[in-house]
Design a protein around this ligand. Structure first.
Ligand code: DAH
Length: 466
């Protein structure tokens, strides 16, 4: 044995503390053993091989026990222990199958089956210990390898040189062992495959029984939902949607709507004017209502016109429960050659009933807007107290303050003066217009008492309107 024999050193000295390095050391031992066995089969000296590997005293197996197993790091000690057991088994089997039966001292057929039984048992033990395809591959080579697998060695060393009285039994037993080895390898292969699959499944496979990552699906903001609801109602009676700019000129926002520069209603609209670079044409402002799009539409289209205009509007209001510097409107405009006040009230009544339900009542009161004549304010019977003015608790309804009516929005027949700005002939056309505050309508319909809730983006609020 050369002095640099690794079994004389500890695993730490060999730098082999990882499973891969340890397996490699044992593989090298097997290679060395095979070389020694090959030499022995040429020159004899089986006993010397046996003694130096698995005998008593200073043998490979004892050195492995003391230098490797006992000093192995805790986490690989069991592995080293098993590898040693396997090595000893390997030595014993190889020593047996590389000698002839005669050398081994077998002369009677009765002794043959127990001999094969022992081999078969050793094989079973080895296969049972295989946990993956790598282990199994090593065992396969060990047993059915064509050049020096155990079965080949038995054929060459036991069967072929056997004397006639043993040959039959050896042949039969060998065939049995071969069949057993092959079927067992096959079965174990399926086992480790499914084992590997199960192992992989833990890591990679989708477990359909798990609840999974719940990714909440967003929905439209309540304001957007109400827009769509209102748009649908007007679509159903022949209106279409148009849009206009949020930054407007005073002409569209005021003048063309019959609100001249010093008209007092301008004071009602605390307006955001834009600061413009010197020399830029201006002034410009954030539109205070969607009504300018009436003008823009009529400039572009000839009657009949039936449009609604959803959008954002801006006013310099201080935020409170009913005011916001930005809110939403839907403008409506219908102009044709023969539109009457009845068409107007009928349309509005239809819309309100579609939106709040058939049971509500509508009414209109005279009002004033510079761009409609006559102008009205539409009311709906209070949706909270059912138009009774009395709350469920018996007291006065807080929402309509006992009046039984709730003010909804302004509207009217388009003022003939407006047609003058868009080159329509007031003698030939007539129409109506309305401007609905969306936030207010949403608050009424869904019982929301603070307009700020729409803009705070609190998902606990938003999530209530899926
Ligand atoms: N533009 C008005 C406002 O924001 C609302 C309005 C009233 C619009 C009457 C109309 C209308 O089209 O006819 O207060």
């Amino acid at each position: 044995m050369p002095p640099e024999d690794p079994t004389r050193k500890s695993l730490r000295e060999l730098g082999a503390t990882e499973p891969v390095a340890i397996a490699w050391l044992f593989t090298q031992l097997r290679v060395r053993l095979s070389a020694e066995l090959a030499r022995a089969s040429e020159e004899g000296g089986w006993d010397k091989v046996r003694d130096s590997w698995v005998g008593i005293g200073d043998t490979v197996s004892i050195r492995v026990a003391t230098n490797w197993v006992e000093t192995a790091p805790e986490q690989v000690r069991l592995l080293v222990f098993r590898e040693r057991e396997n090595l000893i088994e390997f030595v014993n089997i190889r020593l047996t199958v590389m000698q002839t039966l005669q050398d081994l001292g077998y002369t009677s057929p009765e002794a043959i089956p127990p001999l094969f039984q022992k081999l078969s048992g050793a094989f079973d033990g080895e296969i049972k210990a295989c946990v993956d395809e790598i282990d199994l591959g090593v065992s396969r080579v060990n047993w059915v390898g064509r050049r020096s697998g155990v079965l080949t060695l038995i054929t060459d060393n036991w069967l072929k040189p056997a004397n006639p009285e043993l040959k039959r039994t050896v042949g039969q037993e060998l065939n049995k062992l071969k069949a057993h080895v092959e079927s067992t390898l096959e079965a174990r292969k399926r086992d480790v495959e499914s084992l590997a699959e199960r192992g992989a499944s833990a890591k990679d496979r989708v477990d359909l029984s798990l609840s999974g990552v719940i990714r909440p699906i967003g929905t439209h903001h309540l304001i957007r939902q109400v827009f769509q609801e209102i748009e649908d109602i007007f679509f159903s009676i022949g209106f279409s949607v148009v849009e206009g700019p949020e930054i407007e000129t005073p002409y569209y926002n005021f003048e063309a709507l019959n609100i001249p520069e010093f008209h007092p209603v301008r004071d009602d609209m605390d307006t955001f004017y834009l600061e413009l670079p010197k020399g830029a044409p201006g002034p410009l402002l954030l539109r205070t209502h969607t009504s300018p799009v009436q003008i823009r539409t009529m400039e572009k289209r000839q009657p009949p016109v039936r449009v609604i205009v959803p959008g954002k509007v801006y006013r310099r209001d201080n935020p409170d429960a009913t005011h916001s510097f930005m809110f939403h409107q839907i403008e409506g405009l219908a102009v044709d050659s023969d539109i009457t006040f009845c068409d107007f009230t009928g349309t509005i009544d239809y819309f309100v009933k579609q939106f709040f339900g058939e049971s509500v009542k509508t009414r209109f009161r005279p009002s004033y807007f510079p761009f409609t004549e006559p102008s009205v304010e539409f009311d709906v019977s209070c949706v909270f107290c059912g138009g009774s003015g009395t709350a469920n608790s018996g007291g006065t309804c807080g929402k309509c303050k006992g009046s039984a009516w709730i003010e909804l929005f302004g509207a009217g027949m388009v003022d003939p003066a407006v047609y003058g700005f868009v080159n329509y002939d007031p003698q030939k056309v007539s129409g109506f217009a309305f401007g609905i505050g969306i936030d207010r309508l949403a608050m009424l319909k869904y019982g929301i008492d603070d307009i700020q809730a729409f803009f705070q983006n609190d998902v606990r609020f938003l999530g209530q309107f899926p």
